[in-house]
Unconditional design. Structure first.
Length: 501
């Protein structure tokens, strides 16, 4: 099977993300169309002037307000939630409600009165059709553009043709996870001690971002609980049974993804990297347990032998717990850096929320069911994995654009991290090395990339010159040059940013 083409990534920029949310994602209250257009058109220049700080798009006052509203509306699920504020500020709307079916054509009642549907469709066709004919886009190419404020499809070519999406399938995974669990859901890693305090079990909940610092804290808390009972020597086991099925992705051992297990440290990376391909552990759960045992020893608790896999003893008690970042942050990190390990964890967490086995098949069924609840067009869709590394994944351009439109819907603030996590053209994540120079899309296009050998995709949002937030999806297969295909996809998104006449 072909190896995926590696997508470069850098650490995202927090202030940039906030500016872009306010400019290219969030339509501000109190601004007329001309004012908003001026802000949108000038955003790239503001960003290029260096009004950015090195951090990440993992949080903001805007998203916090939206998260509070989502919790207040009882849209979250699962366990380990942050308490919602009794009353919270209303989120700034991203766009008017999207009420029209996403697979339909024109919502005449809500259509932009500045254009008739025919004129608008003709303008988009004139702008995009020639670019879609580029030979770099291979043998099959599909495209959809939706005005998120009305739900009206502005352009479609092969909109309902199932295609291999590569990493753009992470958008579907993220929407399903946020919808099923809520943005405040956290994944727990716990330590349980047997009734006689002689046996300790490290229990994985499926957090791929667990790190050594968290393990050290778990070990320290465990050691204190044991010393209070006069115990200084224990038998250590570890439990990764929360996930089931094969741990190896169908592509086999690969630097783009570790074995998918409920217990791992730093995504099983064997170097100091935090994103992109890296050497991976062949036994992330065992390695994590061994590190935990060493940290227990450092804390004054001796382990009798190397840890073994096993369940906690009956009537064991919990003595330590570590919670992951909120699901909203995990989603943003997965989309910005195209993180395969987090994406697979999101699919399995969705499966657990649906009562399905936490394996590839359970994830497929759970993601499909969750998107069906949202009323999205699923004909021909297949979610063979959560990351997009599996060529059996199939989605349509209509579905991808529909997912992004749903994420922009003010009635679904719980889905907003899907938009805030999209890489920013020319600045963050897998788009940091694209849209360079004087591209009109720099700073305005936010999009998830997708790259496998012979497959190149791009799906995201852009604010056009009229101030409209557009959701788009462009998929190509049979490509022979990744760089040329990416440039052609970027040209399509740039055309949207430049506006239509």
């Amino acid at each position: 099977m072909d190896e995926p083409v590696n997508e470069p990534s850098v650490e995202p920029l927090d202030k940039l993300s906030r500016l872009t949310r306010q400019g290219s994602v969030i339509r501000l209250k109190g601004l007329n169309d001309l004012q908003f257009t001026a802000i949108a058109a000038g955003l790239g220049l503001v960003l290029a002037a260096g009004v950015v700080l090195a951090a990440g798009p993992w949080d903001s006052g805007q998203r916090t307000a939206e998260r509070d509203r989502a919790a207040a509306r009882s849209r979250t699920g699962g366990v380990h939630h942050e308490a919602a504020a009794p009353t919270g500020p209303e989120p700034a709307p991203s766009a008017p409600a999207v009420l029209a079916p996403l697979s339909s054509g024109v919502d005449k009642a809500a259509a932009d009165t500045r254009d008739t549907p025919d004129v608008s469709a003709a303008a988009f066709s004139a702008a995009l059709r020639p670019l879609l004919k580029a030979s770099a886009l291979g043998t099959v190419r599909t495209a959809v553009v939706i005005d998120t404020s009305t739900g009206r499809r502005l352009y479609g070519q092969g909109a309902d043709t199932p295609m291999t999406p590569a990493s753009t399938v992470k958008i579907a995974t993220a929407v399903a996870a946020l919808s099923a669990l809520g943005p405040d859901h956290r994944i727990a890693t716990t330590v349980r001690v047997s009734p006689d305090s002689r046996s300790v079990t490290l229990v994985g909940g499926g957090d791929p971002t667990l790190d050594k610092a968290a393990l050290r804290t778990l070990a320290g808390d465990t050691a204190r609980a044991l010393k209070e009972r006069g115990v200084k020597k224990v038998r250590l086991t570890y439990d990764a049974s929360r996930y089931s099925g094969p741990v190896r992705h169908p592509i086999g051992p690969n630097e783009n993804i570790a074995p998918v297990t409920a217990l791992m440290t730093d995504e099983g990376r064997l170097d100091t990297s935090v994103s992109g391909p890296a050497p991976r552990s062949g036994d992330p759960a065992g390695d994590t347990a061994r590190t935990f045992g060493e940290l227990l020893d450092d804390a004054g608790i001796t382990t009798r032998s190397r840890p073994e896999a096993g369940r906690p003893a009956a009537k064991s008690r919990q003595v330590a717990e570590h919670l992951s970042a909120p699901l909203s942050g995990l989603v943003e990190r997965a989309l910005t850096n195209s993180d395969n390990d987090i994406a697979e964890a999101l699919a399995r967490q969705t499966a657990l929320a649906a009562g399905e086995p936490a394996d590839f098949n359970g994830g497929r069924r759970a993601v499909t069911a969750q998107l069906k609840k949202l009323g999205l067009p699923l004909k021909g869709a297949n979610f063979a994995d959560g990351s997009g590394l599996n060529r059996k994944d199939k989605v349509t351009a209509g579905l991808l654009a529909g997912l992004l439109t749903r994420a922009a819907d003010p009635d679904h603030p719980e889905l907003r991290p899907v938009l805030t996590g999209l890489p920013v053209a020319g600045f963050t994540g897998t788009l940091s090395g694209r849209y360079t120079g004087k591209s009109a899309g720099t700073g305005l296009v936010r999009a998830k990339t997708g790259t496998l050998t012979g497959v190149n995709t791009l799906a995201g949002t852009v604010v056009d010159k009229r101030g409209r937030l557009l959701a788009f999806a462009f998929l190509a297969s049979g490509t022979t040059s990744p760089s040329e295909a990416q440039s052609s996809l970027d040209a399509l998104a740039t055309a949207l940013a430049s506006g239509t006449r």
